[in-house]
Design a protein around this ligand. Structure first.
Ligand code: NAP
Length: 247
């Protein structure tokens, strides 16, 4: 129980990596706010998995790109629990298209969810963490932020932004004992990668030295490490977890 009695807010925790993160943090004793945007049934399943481990948490529907919704979510969690110790900015979407076909809406929605969403959540939570002189923030980026990806200019820009954003916050908040890191996953088995056609999937797997996609738990284990005392001197880093894809 490395996170006993701590309170964690995990965005996009209804499915995929976010669900695995929420369950893994709960398994270490943390109370979890399970944020979701649309999938109430999946979010309820995440909470059930948390409770089946003897953990506890709450569901909260909020669009991370909307300032009012993010601030209400943070305020309600603060009122209920008194503090927020861990923030995992995981909510993310893709709208892949080649540049010529990419609409302004495709660009804005991906930047708003993946990058502005992390900004809004961090800005809402940081004053509390600064005041309590402790806290951990983990932002979920992507190897595509550093590598680029054809058809992913919007997503790559957002995820590269997450890396710079993470380092800047680490410089701002480190002196207050608030640690800020990012994780850059490679290809992980979730709904996001389920849409890949078989030939594309095989082509990607050939480029991964470990020869396979990762599992959401591979990312969740790293989040637990960064949030626990085991990661207490890890700050301002981007931890790549990609089976060797981007080396
Ligand atoms: P996923 O299975 O598609 O799940 C996305 C999650 O984000 C869902 O819980 C969804 O909520 C939530 N979400 C989307 N837009 C939101 C919004 N505006 N407000 C609140 N929640 C929102 O995705 P995933 O593969 O687990 O990805 C999680 C994170 O890892 C993302 O940041 C993604 O970019 C990153 N990542 C994934 C991979 C990969 O290979 N899977 C690789 C690198 C990085 P609803 O269920 O309610 O829609």
């Amino acid at each position: 129980m490395r996170l006993k009695d701590q309170t964690a807010l995990v965005t996009g925790a209804s499915r995929g990596i976010g669900r695995a993160v929420a369950v893994a943090l709960a398994a270490e004793g943390a109370y979890i706010l399970v944020n979701y945007q649309n999938s109430i049934d999946s979010a309820t399943e995440t909470l059930k998995q948390i409770q089946s481990l003897g953990g506890d948490g709450m569901l909260y529907k909020a669009d991370v790109s909307k300032v009012d919704e993010v601030e209400s979510m943070v305020q309600q969690l603060k009122q209920l629990r008194g503090s927020i110790d861990i923030l995992v900015n995981n909510a993310g979407i893709t709208r892949d298209k080649l540049l010529m076909r990419m609409s302004e809406e495709d660009w804005d929605s991906v930047l708003d969810t993946n990058l502005k969403g992390a900004f809004l959540s961090c800005r809402a939570v940081a004053p509390m963490m600064i005041k309590q002189r402790s806290g951990v923030i983990v932002n979920i980026g992507s190897v595509i932020g550093a590598m680029g990806g054809a058809g992913q200019a919007n997503y790559s820009a957002a995820k590269a932004g997450i890396e710079g954003f993470t380092r800047s916050l680490a410089r701002e908040l480190g002196s207050r004992n608030v640690r800020v890191n990012a994780i850059a996953p490679g290809f992980i088995e979730t709904d996001m990668t389920d849409v890949l056609k078989l030939d594309m999937r095989e082509a990607i797997q050939k480029q991964i030295p470990l020869g396979r996609f990762g599992k959401p738990e591979d990312i969740a284990n790293a989040v637990v490490y960064l949030c626990s005392d085991a990661g207490s001197y890890v700050h301002g880093t981007v931890l790549t977890i990609d089976g060797g894809l981007s080396m």
